[in-house]
Design a protein around this ligand. Structure first.
Ligand code: NAD
Length: 278
């Protein structure tokens, strides 16, 4: 099993598949991340707001995996965009993670009603220059938010981490990202289990054809689109299953059938809308 590395627009590389830790309970995080690292995951996605950065840090310290083999992402929470708060927030995250530098630091949400995401982005540029983050990016940014920060600073994020799964494909954002060398990270890649994705004929038929689980079909669909993914589970067998997606390939027709699962009217969204989440 070899997870492909994707080269970002600043020259850094990121493992295309990782482990997501949203809703991994703090008390269970050390165990779950340790299992993920044992199984071979080398990319961990966390956030200050998840409350589990300490558990991630403990698992990293326990693992004996060398720092340069690991890719760790964390995120700036919404109430810390102003003034010098981003630097303080990242320093707090680094202390919890037990690291000197994160591989990727993201503005978690644009919170447009507060009109301070451009300031937050200028601060992340400084944090990268200071060496506290190797790469910087954004999350939940829509095209107007992306346009605004790139026009004002000339610095494009390396990634935009957005809700993306077959029923909600956000093609306006993915098209913009493709044209600007910004990679897409799919959050909620399995739809967070909030709709019957695995029962959709396009997914179930491909799973039967390849002799794999529906979750593996959906992860393969993300990978074949070039998206970066980090599915979440706290169960060892699912952690193993989600990593075991490099031994088969969906046909173009199978990918197209899953592409067609988006109703294209936005109704497939399962999370918050970035314009309304402040
Ligand atoms: P997900 O789509 O990864 O769904 C996770 C759920 O899918 C699990 O709780 C489990 O019920 C199910 N599942 C996982 N593996 C399975 C398998 N093999 N078979 C059957 N069911 C399976 O949702 P997510 O955790 O919200 O998203 C992944 C990661 O994205 C998060 O952990 C987090 O790191 C990130 N995220 C970021 C944001 C953001 O605003 N930037 C928001 C949500 C999530």
């Amino acid at each position: 099993m070899t997870v492909p590395q994707i080269t970002l627009n600043d020259g850094s590389t990121i493992p295309q598949l990782g482990y997501g830790t949203f809703k991994v309970p703090p008390a269970d995080t050390r165990r779950a991340v340790s299992e993920a690292l044992e199984l071979g995951y080398r990319h961990i996605d966390t956030a200050a707001i998840y409350g589990n950065e300490e558990g991630v840090g403990q698992a990293i310290a326990d693992s004996g995996v060398s720092r340069d083999e690991l890719f760790v992402t964390t995120k700036l929470w919404n109430d810390r965009h102003d003034g010098d708060e981003p630097r303080k927030a990242l320093q707090e995250s680094l202390a919890k993670l037990g690291l000197d530098q994160v591989d990727l630091y993201l503005v978690h949400w644009p919170t447009p009603a507060k009109d301070n995401y451009l300031h937050a982005w200028t601060q992340l540029i400084k944090l990268r220059e200071a060496g506290l983050a190797r790469s910087i990016g954004v999350s939940n940014f829509l095209v107007p938010h992306l346009e605004k920060i790139v026009t004002a600073t000339g610095v494009a994020p390396v990634v935009d981490q957005i809700e993306l799964h077959p029923a909600y494909q956000q093609r306006d954002v993915t098209d913009w990202a493709g044209a600007h060398d910004v990679r897409i990270e799919s959050w909620g890649p399995l739809g967070q289990g909030k709709y019957d994705l695995f029962g959709a004929a396009a997914v179930a038929e491909a799973a039967a054809a390849h002799g794999v689980a529906p979750a593996q079909v959906v992860l393969r669909w993300h990978l074949q689109h070039g998206f970066i993914v980090f599915p979440k589970s706290v169960h060892r067998e699912r952690l193993a299953q989600n990593l075991d997606v490099f031994g088969f390939e969906l046909t173009d027709a199978e990918v197209a059938a899953i592409d067609a699962l988006d109703p294209s009217d936005g109704s497939g969204r399962v999370g918050s809308h970035p314009e309304e989440f402040n």
